[in-house]
Structure formats: structure tokens, C-alpha cells
Design a protein around this ligand. Structure first.
Ligand SMILES: [Zn+2]
Length: 214
């Protein structure tokens, strides 16, 4: 049985979100086009099937993720792959134009993240923990932490209206043991949609069929 297990890092009552008689807006943020698919693809399918709104975001354009292709040409390929994956999952997929392998937790990117969360009117935000060996993954986690409170502060990124209420921020499952192993608070059984998740991930042909074996 396969699970996506996620844990709260900024705790707000989950029931507060789910009790509302409205669509839930979920945003999954990763560093690269294909990261959100791997960490939350099955959960996203389930949310989308229930009629909720799911947005996948890659903070970089993936232009370093290949052994022989690169630059703008690779970024274009990866954007197209992400769009196809989004279709297969039933989610909206956005790929930002920051360089792959060079993501830093700058004020500029933090504001990009704040605006994305606000524009989606997110109720739930899912992202990585900051213990990854890959600097882009680690910095994505830091960017989410840095944005987590600021999404409700009107004078920060003031060109985009702030959220009235802070979303629930959740960590996606990982296998890192240090400094702290992952301890799940929520587990979602995705075994009934696992095949569809894998089919969606297979849209990233440059990653799963050409580049490094994973
Ligand atoms: Zn990645």
C-alpha cells in the first residue's frame, strides 16, 4: 500500500478548512517541474476528483536537469512536460522562470511565493522539509517557511491582496533522518490512484526516460 504522508509545520485547525462549504484551494510547491508530482501527485488526484482546485508550482524552470540538453531549450521541454502531467493529474501546473540549480531564498523569490499563495487563495500549502541534500529543494522549503506568515501581512508584496486567514502548511513525506526523521501527522492512502500518479509522472520524459535513473 502506498501512502503520501504529510505533517503540519504551522498548525491551524484542519477542520476549519474542511468545514467550509466551498472548494478547497490546494497548492503544492516544489523546486523542479516533476517535484510536486512525486511528493503529492496521488493526493492531488484525489483532491481534484472531489472538485477542489489544485495548483502545482515549480519554482525553477528545470533548465539544468539533463545530461546533454540544457538552457532555454530544456526549459521549454520541461514546461511542456509539466503541462501534460498537469492534464493527467487534473491540476493546474505553473513553472516559474528561475534557473535550475541556482535557487536561493531571496526576497524576490519569497515575494513570488507569497503572490502565488495569495492569488490561488490557498487553504492548504504542501512543500518539502529543509533537510534535503539538493540546495534547490532545501531553499524551496526555506522560501515556504519565510512566506508562511507573510501571506497575511498586507504591507508585504502589497501589489497582491493578502489572505485573510493563514493557510495550513504541510510538509510532504521524505526519507531524511537528520536532523529529524519525518513524523507523519496525516496519512493519505493513494493506492487506488497510484497507477494514475505514475502515468502522470511519466509525462516528464526528459527526467524519467532520458536522464539519471531514479
Ligand atoms: Zn527536484
Amino acid at each position: 500500500m502506498k501512502y503520501l504522508i504529510i505533517v503540519l509545520f504551522l498548525f491551524l485547525p484542519f477542520s476549519l478548512v474542511l468545514s467550509q462549504d466551498k472548494k478547497i484551494n490546494v497548492i503544492v510547491i516544489g523546486a523542479h517541474p516533476d517535484d510536486p508530482d512525486g511528493t503529492a501527485g496521488g493526493t492531488a488526484i484525489k483532491f481534484a476528483e472531489l472538485g477542489h482546485n489544485v495548483l502545482f508550482v515549480s519554482l525553477t524552470n528545470g533548465d539544468a536537469g539533463h545530461q546533454s540538453k540544457g538552457g532555454g531549450a530544456l526549459a521549454k521541454i520541461r514546461r511542456t512536460e509539466a503541462q501534460e502531467a498537469g492534464k493527467r493529474l487534473g491540476v493546474t501546473y505553473r513553472v516559474l522562470d528561475n534557473h535550475d540549480g541556482e535557487l536561493l531564498p531571496t526576497l524576490e523569490v519569497r515575494h513570488q511565493v507569497i503572490r502565488l499563495i495569495r492569488e490561488w487563495k490557498a487553504d492548504i500549502v504542501i512543500g518539502p522539509r529543509p533537510y534535503d541534500y539538493h540546495p534547490d529543494h532545501r531553499n524551496t522549503a526555506i522560501l515556504l517557511q519565510d512566506a508562511a506568515y507573510m501571506v497575511i501581512v498586507p504591507n508585504v508584496a502589497s501589489d497582491t491582496p493578502p489572505l485573510k486567514r493563514n493557510p495550513v502548511f504541510l510538509y510532504a513525506q521524505d526519507r531524511f533522518q537528520k536532523p529529524y526523521p519525518f513524523i507523519p501527522d496525516i496519512a493519505i492512502d493513494i493506492s487506488d490512484v497510484l497507477d494514475r500518479k505514475i502515468y502522470a509522472m511519466a509525462a516528464h520524459e526528459s527526467q524519467y526516460f532520458e536522464w539519471l535513473e531514479r
